[in-house]
Design a binder for this molecule. Structure first.
Ligand SMILES: NC(=O)c1ccc[n+]([C@@H]2O[C@H](COP(=O)([O-])OP(=O)(O)OC[C@H]3O[C@@H](n4cnc5c(N)ncnc54)[C@H](O)[C@@H]3O)[C@@H](O)[C@H]2O)c1
Length: 717
């Protein structure tokens, strides 16, 4: 059995301490320990009551996810919680640290809740495609009211002790938690024999009866922030039951039914895949765990543009002082004012106080002099995407920055080895590919150069963690992971346009599939002119998929930046309006290239675009450019708006079945004759054995070099 609960009696109070490192999940040993501990306390006539707490920094961090899908051993969670709730003596939850999910639900069956100052509580099950299934949906609305409970359960947010006290989730905050909890038990046991149970507090749920407003607001919030997800609707139905059922047990029964529906829904598996996938992605398979990590006390950023400013905010938000250099005084001034405005916006939205803003923004300094980053432990370059310019900057950085500092480039697609080669410290050079806006997007692709040392890689991964990023390692190969997959995806969207679809049809089909933004809205946002200008400069002809975009640029249609691209935009608005004036261009370009336009179904649109991601992804795994299939899913969910509830493109392929994927690839290969759909070797192999991505171990020789064309993939989009 996993985990235990220690039992001791102090001053007439039984102390039950959950011990199941690292975060005290409710594994079988813990559940058994709770049942035994309460029985022992009830049977000891010298014991006045029980204090339940956790060993280490966590109270109880929730259910044991590793038990999902298995037959649980020992007492069920329901049995353990009943034992606590119906204990004949008062029980205090002494919340010493995180009380999340099943942890908070455990605290909610105790008669009283006292927290240490560093404690925090929350019901984050929604992030795993689940709902709080141990009474949380019935008890929390009784304590804090249905509206606040819904907000907590639909966001999965953490609520810190002070706020939890003001909301009524906890009764007191104490410095000396165990000592004060013992005193508390001594006091309440002498005052009364009846101790409150959350299940009996009906006032707040009855108050909400007869009005739909709370539920309607929750539905609107879920539709906006958790589009396509199954669990939020189930949570709302549970709270509806809490409001309307006269008998608490009827609400519990409904919660149980809705929980099972979540459990068997494929979204649950997909979201748990991403939960574990993000943790796995942060580990580099061939680097020993004990590899030393450099302490990053100060960061430097070169370039105060879109990316430089966002990256600087990431460091400041993590409490790391950061210095920005630009070559242009006006750009630097503008860059610093954008950062300040972003923080002001957060203050206005109530996301930070004025004092917090001053202290965080106070960590960001700037100047025009490269010497000012000489004492930094890491310097990240984020200037224009130009190899000559980046090499020049790295030569300078190599001269001025202290010898053991890491030098990183935010390049979207240039060869990191070429950049490293101009320095005398190639082992300290890596790519750190942040996504825009860098202060918001969670993805960080860490590009491993052929000479990047283990220590450099381990350090950058730990920096990513400090910056709260989902970090994924890519070998230094064209397009890295994300943009390489995106290339085929956008090419297919453009081909569909040439073959007869219209931008809004393509976008709607993919947005209905769950993508947060269709490809043409995305291209308009990025700017159609980037690739067009790059091709003009180098004198290269556009490939077939780029022809329509280039034609639009010839007519000054660059995308959102000038209010017209694939769509039209009203001034100051990002909302896309169809552009019927473009339709003649589509027809002309199709005809000029010998393509007969036809009706295209939404199914074909989704299949072709998503298969392009999967087929390229398979090659990326087989070549070892990405460490594991789940890494690619983490990239697509955190950087490219792929729906989390589908678990990423590679998980989606697994869920579809590899034979079905292979059949579809063959079908579209036949139809389009495009290499994009020529089934990847790995898919063919997996289909033979009914295998899945993730079954195949990552390639052993991960440092094998791949041919690297100097052309930036970003420039091809
Ligand atoms: N914008 C994106 O969406 C995005 C996303 C991921 C990666 N990237 C990559 O990030 C890098 C920066 O892109 P951006 O969009 O932030 O560019 P940007 O045009 O917004 O900003 C570039 C800044 O670099 C400064 N600069 C130019 N030469 C310099 C020098 N020698 N020394 C100091 N500063 C100098 C410029 O004055 C400007 O302020 C590029 O490599 C790009 O490919 C961009």
């Amino acid at each position: 059995m996993k985990g235990t609960v220690h039992y001791e009696v102090k001053e007439g109070v039984a102390i039950l301490t959950v011990d199941n490192p690292p975060v005290n999940p409710l594994s079988d040993g813990v559940r058994a320990g709770l049942v035994d501990g309460i029985t022992q306390a009830e049977n000891d006539s010298n014991v006045l009551g029980v204090v339940l707490t956790g060993a280490g920094r966590s109270f109880i961090a929730g259910a044991d996810i590793s038990e999902f899908g298995k037959t649980p051993e020992g007492p069920s969670l329901d049995e353990a919680l009943r034992k606590l709730e119906f204990c004949s003596k008062p029980v205090v939850a002494a919340i010493n640290g995180s009380a999340l999910g099943g942890g908070l639900e455990t605290a909610l069956v105790c008669n009283y809740r006292i927290a240490g100052p560093a404690a925090f509580v929350g019901l984050p099950e929604v992030n795993l495609g689940l709902l709080p299934g141990a009474g949380g949906t019935q008890r929390l609305p009784r304590l804090v009211g249905p509206a606040e409970a819904l907000k907590m359960m639909l966001t999965g947010m953490h609520v810190h002790a002070k706020k939890a006290l003001s909301m009524g989730i906890i009764d007191e905050i104490c410095e000396d938690l165990i000592k004060d909890s013992i005193k508390f038990i001594q006091k309440v046991s002498s005052e009364s024999e009846n101790h409150p149970k959350v299940r009996d507090l009906n006032e707040k749920v009855i108050e909400a009866r007869g009005s739909d407003n709370i539920l309607l607001e929750a539905k609107a919030m879920a539709a906006k922030t958790r589009k396509g997800q199954f669990a939020p609707g189930q949570i709302i139905k549970c709270v509806e039951a809490a409001i309307n059922c006269d008998d608490f047990n009827d609400g519990m029964k409904k919660e149980g039914e809705y929980f099972i529906e979540c459990l068997v829904n494929p979204q649950r598996e997909a979201m748990i895949h991403i939960f574990f996938g993000e943790r796995a992605a942060s580990k580099i398979s061939d680097i020993p765990r004990e590899t030393p990590v450099k302490d990053i006390k100060k960061a430097g950023i070169i370039g105060s543009g879109t990316m430089g400013g966002g990256i600087a905010m990431c460091f400041a938000n993590a409490g790391i002082p950061v210095h920005i250099i630009d070559q242009d005084a006006d750009n630097l001034k503008r860059g610093m004012s954008v950062i300040e405005k972003n923080y002001e916006f957060m203050v206005n939205r109530g996301k930070m106080t004025e004092e917090m803003k001053d202290s965080v923004f106070g960590l960001v300094t700037s100047s025009l002099d490269y010497q000012d980053v000489s004492d930094c432990d890491i310097v990240i370059e984020a200037v224009y995407e130009n190899l000559d310019l980046k090499e020049k900057i790295f030569r300078t950085l190599d001269e001025v920055v202290k010898k053991d500092a890491i030098l990183a480039s935010n390049t979207s697609g240039l060869n990191v080895d070429s950049i490293a080669a101009v320095t005398n410290r190639p082992e300290l050079v890596v790519g750190t590919h942040f996504f825009s806006p860098a202060n918001i997007m969670r993805l960080l692709e860490v590009v491993r150069g052929s000479q990047s040392s283990d220590e450099t890689m381990a350090t950058v991964m730990s920096v990513g963690k400090k910056l709260k990023k989902a970090s994924v390692v890519s070998l230094n190969a064209p397009g890295f992971i994300g943009n390489r997959m995106l290339f085929g995806y956008t090419a297919q969207a453009n081909m569909l346009l040439l073959e007869g679809a219209l931008p809004h049809q393509v976008d709607q089909a993919l947005e209905s599939f769950g993508m947060s933004m269709g490809p043409f809205r995305m291209l308009d946002l990025v700017g159609l002119d980037l690739g067009w200008r790059a091709r003009k400069l180098s004198g290269t002809e556009p490939a077939l998929p780029s022809k329509i975009g280039d034609q639009l640029c010839e007519l000054d249609r660059f995308g959102q930046k000038n209010g017209k691209g694939f769509y039209n935009y009203n001034e100051g608005s990002r909302a896309p309006n169809p552009a019927p004036e473009n339709e003649d261009i589509y027809k002309t370009v199709s005809a000029a290239n010998g393509i007969e336009r036809r009706e295209i179904s939404d199914e074909e649109i989704v299949d072709r675009c998503i298969l392009a991601l999967i087929n390229e992804g398979a090659d990326i795994i087989e070549e070892g450019v990405g460490q594991r299939a789940a890494d690619l899913d983490v990239v697509y969910i955190n950087g490219y708006g792929f729906p989390i509830w589908r678990g990423g493109p590679m998980h989606h392929a697994n869920a579809t079945g590899m034979t079905e994927v292979l059949n579809k690839l063959n079908k579209y290969h036949e139809l389009t004759k495009s290499d994009t759909f020529k089934p990847a070797n790995l898919i063919q192999k997996l289909a033979e054995t009914d295998g899945k991505f993730g079954d195949a171990p990552a390639k052993e020789d991960r440092k094998e070099k791949l041919s690297f064309s100097e052309s930036s993939v970003a420039g091809n989009l």
